[in-house]
Design a protein around this ligand. Structure first.
Ligand SMILES: Nc1ncnc2c1ncn2[C@@H]1O[C@H](COP(=O)(O)OP(=O)(O)OP(=O)(O)O)[C@@H](O)[C@H]1O
Length: 263
């Protein structure tokens, strides 16, 4: 059974590519045949994140009818298969998003999981991944504008027959986490399936063109992304308290109170 997920948001820069690459890497490490595809064709950055910016064939050439899908598939970390989009504007111009549906159907024949990085906003090429995926996961940052844009994406997804499975709160911080999870569930009407903290290691790993779950597997963001990946793949994951959770703060507070009493 193939499961296709589209990682979407309304607003740009919420962390879709980061999450697509890292979720795909973890799921592939379970031995599942996993593909990640950059359908954010105009602002493609999956190739840059994985050091594939100079490859000869990308989704652009496939959608322009110049190459078969098989030539745009590259080996990524942990055996994840990567279908990047090119970074040139000319390539984007020549690509015909109408063929995206066929490309996705072909990939699905070869894998257990396909995770698609969707473009931000509401565009013609953005609608197809929302409609075709088995499940859409919305990436939201802890900001009102991000939630509002995610709500628009959810409504659009449902209008075109897609299904939103849940939301990931990315770049969460200690101050706003609790409130935001509640607010997101209330506003979007879907469950928050994961909470990924703001973590400077995300950018550090990007500088090495390596997913954070490989470069810094014990970092707070990696642990949370791994939990979400386990959920998606139906795996057990040993419960580890996230750095950003209120519990950690309460632990620290409790320790400092105890220390104070001993003095
Ligand atoms: N949890 C995090 N902690 C810190 N930085 C993060 C986190 N998640 C993402 N970022 C950073 O935020 C920026 C945007 O991330 P990313 O490119 O994954 O977003 P995107 O939604 O794919 O963007 P776009 O809409 O432009 O395609 C990057 O610089 C990335 O390193």
């Amino acid at each position: 059974m193939v499961t296709t997920y589209t990682i979407a948001s309304g607003k740009g820069g919420t962390g879709k590519t980061t999450l697509t690459v890292n979720l795909g890497t973890i799921i592939a490490s379970y031995g599942k045949e996993t593909y990640i595809m950059d359908a954010d064709m105009g602002m493609a950055n999956m190739a840059i994140l994985l050091g594939l910016e100079n490859v000869p064939v990308t989704l652009h050439e496939v959608l322009a009818g110049k190459a078969p899908v098989s030539e745009a598939v590259y080996d990524g970390p942990s055996g994840v298969k990567v279908v990047p989009s090119g970074i040139s504007l000319k390539g984007f111009q020549d690509a015909d998003p109408e063929h995206l549906r066929d490309v996705m159907s072909e990939i699905v024949n070869h894998c257990d999981f396909l995770i698609i990085d969707a473009p931000a906003g509401i565009s013609r090429d953005g609608v197809i991944p929302l409609a075709i995926a088995d499940e859409v996961i919305l990436v939201v940052n802890p900001e009102l504008s991000s939630m509002v844009d995610a709500l628009k994406t959810k409504i659009l997804t449902e209008l075109i027959g897609g299904h939103v499975m849940g939301a990931i709160l990315n770049r969460a911080t200690l101050e706003n986490t609790e409130v935001s999870v509640h607010k997101i569930e209330e506003v979007l009407g879907v469950k928050v399936i994961g909470l990924v903290p703001e973590d400077p290691n995300v950018r550090r790993a990007a500088a090495y063109k390596t997913p954070i779950v490989i470069k810094y597997p014990d970092s707070p963001a990696s642990r949370e992304i791994s939990k979400i990946a386990a959920k998606i793949a139906g795996k057990e994951y040993p419960e580890i308290k996230p750095e950003v959770s209120g519990d950690k703060f309460i632990d620290r507070l409790a320790k400092s109170i105890v220390k104070g009493r001993k003095k």
